[in-house]
Design a protein around this ligand. Structure first.
Ligand SMILES: NC(=O)c1ccc[n+]([C@@H]2O[C@H](COP(=O)([O-])OP(=O)(O)OC[C@H]3O[C@@H](n4cnc5c(N)ncnc54)[C@H](OP(=O)(O)O)[C@@H]3O)[C@@H](O)[C@H]2O)c1
Length: 240
C-alpha cells in the first residue's frame, strides 16, 4: 500500500513512517523540509499521486487563534487534492475530549479539523489520543517558577508517542473507520502526582545514568527498556 504521510518528519509522523515501511508498505514522508507546504498546497498533487492513503500528522506552529486558520486551510487543501487524486482514505490525529474543552482555542481548532474531514469527500478515519508522555515535561516547565511547580489534581491518562504511532499506522492500512478511535495510555494519574513522579524519576535517572556510564553496556540498557506498556524504568527519557 502506498501512503503519503504529511508531517512525516514530526514526532508521530516519523515513527508512523518507520512502522509502515517495516510492515512492507511504501510510506513517503512529506513536510516543508521535503518541499510540501500544506498551507499553500505546494507539492501536494505530486505527493498524492498514486497514493492509496493520506495520513495528516501536521501540527500548527502556534496554539492561538492562528491554529484555527492553520487547520482550516490545511484540511481544505488536503481534501481538495486528495479527492482530485482519487485517494481512498484520509487519516488525522486529534485529541481525546477535544470537543469537551471549547475554552481552549487549539482544541476548537482540532475539532474544526475533524469536522472538515467528516464533511469532506474522502473516506476517513480519526484517531484521538490523550496527551503524549513526551509533553509532560513541557507542562511542568510551563507551570514552574524558580522554586516550585504548581499543578492541579486533574486526572490525565498520558500515552507514549510510540503507542500513538502504532495506532495511527494500524488504522491507516485498514478500511476507513468513517468514525473515531480513541486511544490512551495504560494508567490514570492525577497531574500533580504525575509531576511529583516525574521530578523524582528525573533525579533518580540522573543518578542511574552516572552509575550506568561506569558499569553497564549498551545491551544492558536496551534490556532495561522493554516497551511502552511494560512500564518505563526511566521517566525522564520520554519526558525530557
Ligand atoms: N501533543 C499531544 O499530546 C497530542 C495529543 C493528541 C494529538 N496530537 C496531535 O498530533 C499531531 C502530530 O503532533 P506531533 O507532536 O507529531 O507534531 P510535530 O512533531 O510538531 O510535527 C509536525 C509535523 O508537521 C509538519 N508541518 C508543519 N507545518 C506544515 C505545513 N505547513 N505543511 C506540511 N507539513 C507541515 C512538520 O514539518 P517540519 O518538521 O518540516 O516543520 C512536522 O513534520 C498534531 O496534529 C497534534 O494536534 C497531539
Amino acid at each position: 500500500m502506498k501512503l503519503a504521510v504529511i508531517g512525516g518528519t514530526g514526532l508521530i509522523g516519523s515513527q508512523v513512517v518507520k512502522i509502515l515501511d517495516a510492515n512492507g508498505h511504501e510510506a513517503v514522508p512529506h513536510s516543508p523540509s521535503t518541499g510540501l507546504d500544506l498551507l499553500s498546497g505546494r507539492g501536494l498533487p505530486e505527493a498524492l499521486k498514486a497514493a492509496d492513503v493520506v495520513v495528516n500528522l501536521t501540527n500548527s506552529p502556534t496554539f492561538d487563534d492562528a491554529s484555527l486558520v492553520f487547520f482550516q486551510k490545511t484540511m481544505d487543501n488536503l481534501l481538495t487534492a486528495a479527492s482530485a487524486a482519487g485517494v481512498g482514505h484520509a487519516v488525522i490525529l486529534s485529541i481525546v475530549g477535544a470537543d469537551q474543552v471549547p475554552g481552549l482555542v487549539y482544541y476548537r481548532a482540532k475539532v474544526l479539523q475533524e469536522d472538515i474531514l467528516k464533511a469532506g469527500p474522502v473516506p476517513y478515519s480519526i484517531v484521538r489520543a490523550t496527551q503524549f508522555f513526551e509533553f509532560i515535561g513541557a507542562v511542568l516547565s510551563s507551570t514552574a517558577d524558580d522554586n516550585a511547580v504548581r499543578l492541579p489534581a486533574t486526572l490525565v491518562q498520558p500515552i507514549a508517542s510510540a503507542d500513538v504511532a502504532q495506532a495511527v499506522a494500524d488504522v491507516s492500512v485498514d478500511a476507513p473507520l468513517q468514525g473515531t478511535r480513541n486511544i490512551a495510555g495504560p494508567e490514570v494519574f492525577a497531574l500533580d502526582e504525575l509531576g511529583k513522579l516525574t521530578l523524582a524519576a528525573r533525579a533518580h535517572c540522573q543518578g542511574r545514568r552516572r552509575h550506568r556510564q561506569d558499569h553497564l553496556s549498551g545491551v544492558a540498557h536496551a534490556l532495561a527498556r522493554p516497551g511502552p506498556h511494560a512500564g518505563r524504568c526511566c521517566w525522564d527519557d520520554p519526558l525530557s
